[in-house]
Write a protein that binds this ligand. Structure first.
Ligand SMILES: *[C@@H]1O[C@H](CO)[C@@H](O)[C@H](O)[C@H]1NC(C)=O
Ligand SMILES: *[C@@H]1O[C@H](CO)[C@@H](O)[C@H](O)[C@H]1NC(C)=O
Length: 332
């Protein structure tokens, strides 16, 4: 009996830590106004993010930071993608509507069964949450009238105008732009059996294939739809189910389809790795150069470290955008 009870205890603890934010309440954000410079500029800027209970606090801070640094906040259109539970979506929508009463946004749900059949078990199972694959489906989830979108992870904070990021040049052919890193060891993202199979590894032949970060992307949805890239990504995911060609979650299929063919986003828009890596308590510094977007990629999240009373120095840049209603502010 004893092992069963222990296991049950573990499951209960685990499930209560995995949805810590469902009961959280958030403050109302102020209203933001277009600056006089926006007169005559009414092209909307479309932004897509996922929304889930676990990272809700991060998403709220990201939205606030975008509004706060935008010259024309009224021109922003947010597209939120969540998983398919109706009750959770109602709660998420209520949170957004209450904290951002002036925001123009749309909610979509990703049909879990579309994705779950394609996900293979990976080493870090948190990367295999269906919502991580939402970025593959933006072209079908968002209406056809949306021709270009900025996709952002929910562990980011912007300290610059998102209009500049949205204006990234895609050139004649690129379907997407993302921060790219040619010094990263690209080979590691794929298994030895991938590289050993010429029919597979020739995918990268003649391409200057570099790693890129899919947490900050500018996507031309018209080109994406025309090239049916959702299907191309899905085909690699289907192959992965049959033979293991890569290790980590949603990134490798993007690399397979797009690496070497993307337009670069200036690295200032992805000051990444601020979550640190797997070593407990290791704080990261900024990379050299200017900063427009801070990205807490990695295991550590600023809200968790702040709550634990053990923040990293750069977490103080995230804190001003935290909309969580603390007990003391509820009291006052
Ligand atoms: C979200 O909440 C707002 C405000 O209550 C409501 O007007 C809107 O219809 C809701 N949207 C969805 C998709 O449920
Ligand atoms: C989700 O996808 C499955 C399989 O494609 C389909 O049977 C189901 O009706 C879809 N659910 C919704 C709510 O669209």
């Amino acid at each position: 009996m004893a092992p069963t009870i222990l296991l049950l205890g573990f499951i209960l603890t685990f499930s209560s830590t995995i949805h810590p934010n469902t009961a959280l309440s958030f403050k109302e954000a102020p209203k933001f106004y277009n600056s006089p410079n926006c007169l005559g500029q009414d092209d909307p800027i479309h932004i897509a993010m996922t929304l889930d209970s676990t990272y809700l606090r991060g998403s709220m801070a990201a939205i606030l930071s975008i509004l706060h640094h935008s010259t024309c906040p009224d021109n922003l259109r947010f597209h939120f993608i969540s998983a398919s539970s109706i009750t959770t979506n109602r709660d998420l929508n209520r949170t957004i509507a209450t904290s951002f009463p002036y925001l123009t946004y749309y909610m979509y749900s990703l049909n879990d069964s579309t994705v779950s059949g394609l996900i293979s078990t990976s080493i870090r199972s948190s990367l295999d949450c269906p919502l991580n694959y939402a970025r593959n489906y933006l072209s079908t989830l968002l209406p056809n009238t949306v021709r270009k979108v900025v996709y952002l992870d929910n562990d980011v904070v912007l300290v610059d105008d998102i209009a500049k990021l949205a204006a990234t040049e895609l050139g004649e052919e690129a379907v997407l732009a993302a921060p790219q890193y040619c010094n990263a060891n690209f080979k590691n993202y794929f298994t030895p059996s991938f590289w050993a199979n010429p029919a597979l590894s020739m995918t990268f032949e003649g391409r200057n294939a570099c790693y890129f970060n899919t947490g900050v992307m500018v996507i031309d949805l018209e080109r994406w739809r025309k090239g049916d890239f959702t299907t191309k990504i899905t085909e690699w995911m289907e192959l992965q189910k049959r033979m293991r060609i890569y290790e980590l979650g949603s990134l490798p299929p993007f690399l397979l389809v797009f690496a070497g063919k993307i337009a670069p986003v200036d690295h200032r828009w992805n000051q990444h790795g601020l979550g640190g890596d797997n070593f407990n308590g290791l704080c990261r510094d900024l990379h050299p150069g200017p900063v427009s977007l801070l990205h807490w990629s990695g295991k550590g999240k600023p809200w968790a470290r702040l709550d634990a009373g053990r923040p990293c120095p750069l977490d103080s840049l995230w804190a001003p955008f935290d909309l969580l209603q603390t007990t003391s502010s509820l009291d006052s």
